[in-house]
Design a protein around this ligand. Structure first.
Ligand SMILES: Cc1cc2nc3c(=O)[nH]c(=O)nc-3n(C[C@H](O)[C@H](O)[C@H](O)COP(=O)(O)OP(=O)(O)OC[C@H]3O[C@@H](n4cnc5c(N)ncnc54)[C@H](O)[C@@H]3O)c2cc1C
Length: 439
């Protein structure tokens, strides 16, 4: 290794933190550049009026990686809550536990009958090795009625893209594949067991999710409010919107791939075209605090109905009591859009008005509740949309970055449906490669 390799990290989120951590463990203090005025990227947390804490989208840690779980816990001196997670669904005015396929009790009898009939009938069909798209997989896994009325309907609202236009690379264990007995039991028995893929989570007692980065942010030389505007990969130079330029021996980028390609010089036309095919959802977050805490028994709720403005709802005061003053409760509603499939018109005031009206409609907000705080903001990059263009397009872009020696990491740098622990590990891996390349 060079005595003191000049390794530069773009981005101060989980992936940037993972990279800085691995480098520091190997005696290297990297330079980190972050366009925001605050640290943490997607895992940032914000405190409003000195007392209302909201994360940049609902975040809980459910990592199964014991090493990273311990690193996160150590970063907050073991000061976390352990939360036995409860999740439910709101479908056509009915509340059912999640996953709905294993908890149909409470739905109208004709809905249960149709879903069960289809589900039982598909049990005798031969299974395929591969499926052309997510829609086909859903129908083969759950039967046509449940597939169309539940996950296809929800997925269209969350991913903004129809299931028939999505690939399957992101699926993993995200959708539960129940046995027939579990489906039947869930239809008959209101207390069927919790089979959600996340059973228990951790969340910092103070300061929101970003506190998990407490011990990582001093491991690099951090420059906030620095937007990288151009990268000369051949001469190893980075320029910023403030007019300055720096050199690097090795670059680790955690920026979203489409944004990275836009600021790289001399990118071949096919790679630029591939990057333009990559699409991600945009999430409008609406945050509300009220003077009552007994809002819900569940930590988050999926909303299926097309006439609801938000798709998912969570309750930050249930993650940590210190996220609100005593006796208060808070909502965080997620509204999903995308440039490619459902563009957002930019009207945040309407998003707040619609959220409150829909919270009233489903009964979670009451006329008697006093609203103490409300605001909204936009996450430009929320989830990668795994449409049918994505596999080839992301491969083309990632292969090119490999060729020119730029290490891309994290959720939007790997272009994956990955959680905070995986983004952290992705940053660590990029740092390992950076050290090898600067030997
Ligand atoms: C709504 C939502 C809920 C989620 N819930 C969970 C959860 O409950 N649990 C969980 O484990 N994971 C969750 N995740 C996933 C998690 O947020 C990500 O895996 C992780 O935060 C991604 O980290 P990252 O460092 O890869 O990306 P980011 O955090 O986006 O970091 C990239 C950084 O690069 C910076 N940057 C971009 N362009 C430039 C530029 N030109 N110049 C300088 N800086 C730049 C950005 O500002 C950003 O800080 C959720 C994600 C979303 C969207």
């Amino acid at each position: 290794m060079k005595n003191n390799p000049n390794i530069v990290i773009i981005g101060s989120g989980m992936a940037g933190s993972g990279a800085a951590y691995h480098l520091s463990q190997n005696g290297v203090k990297a330079k980190m550049y972050e366009m925001n005025k605050h640290y943490g990227g997607q895992t940032s947390s914000f405190t409003f009026e000195g007392k209302y804490v909201f994360d940049n989208g609902p975040h809980l840690s459910f990592t199964s990686d014991a090493r990273i779980r311990e690193l996160f816990a150590d970063s907050i001196e073991q000061d976390f809550h352990t939360i036995p997670v409860k999740v439910n669904n709101y479908w056509n005015g009915h509340w059912v536990k999640h996953p709905a396929i294993a908890h149909m009790n409470g739905l109208p009898a004709d809905v249960i009958t149709k879903c069960l009939t289809d589900f039982v009938n598909i049990q005798n069909l031969p299974t395929k090795e591969t499926y052309d798209n997510y829609g086909e997989w859903l129908i083969a896994t759950y039967g046509e009625t449940f597939a169309r009325w539940f996950p296809m309907r929800y997925g269209q609202r969350y991913h903004t893209c129809p299931a028939e236009k999505m690939n399957l690379s992101w699926l993993g264990n995200r959708l539960y594949k129940p046995k027939v007995e579990e489906v039947l039991n869930g239809a008959i028995n209101k207390e069927a067991p919790n089979v959600h893929y996340v059973q228990e989570c951790r969340y910092p007692k103070n300061g929101g999710y970003v506190s998990y980065l407490n011990k990582f942010k001093d491991l690099a030389e951090v420059h906030l409010d620095h937007t990288v505007s151009a990268i000369d990969s051949k001469n190893k130079k980075l320029s910023f919107t403030n007019g300055t330029t720096i050199d690097f021996d090795q670059l680790i980028s955690t920026m979203p791939l489409p944004e990275l390609i836009k600021i790289l010089d001399n990118v071949p036309e096919d790679v630029r075209a591939a990057a333009e095919l990559l699409s991600a959802s945009t999430c409008v977050l609406v945050n509300i605090v009220i003077d009552r805490e007994d809002i819900s028994d569940y930590h988050w709720t999926y909303f299926y109905d097309e006439d609801f403005s938000f798709t998912r709802l969570s309750f930050p005061h249930m993650q940590a009591a210190n996220n609100v003053p005593k006796g208060c409760g808070s909502f965080q509603a997620e509204h999903y859009y995308s440039k490619k499939y459902r563009p957002f018109n930019g009207d945040l005031a309407k998003a707040i008005v619609d959220t409150k009206a829909d919270l009233m409609r489903c009964g979670l907000l009451k006329e008697s509740d006093k609203i103490l705080f409300e605001n909204a903001w936009v996450l430009d990059y929320a989830n990668v949309i795994f449409d049918l263009d994505e596999p080839t397009a992301s491969k083309t872009v990632l292969n090119y970055l490999d060729q020119i020696g730029i290490l891309s990491a994290g959720r939007y740098g790997d272009w994956g449906y990955i959680w905070t622990d995986q983004s952290f590990a992705s940053g660590e891996n990029a740092a390992k490669k950076a050290l090898q390349l600067t030997k």
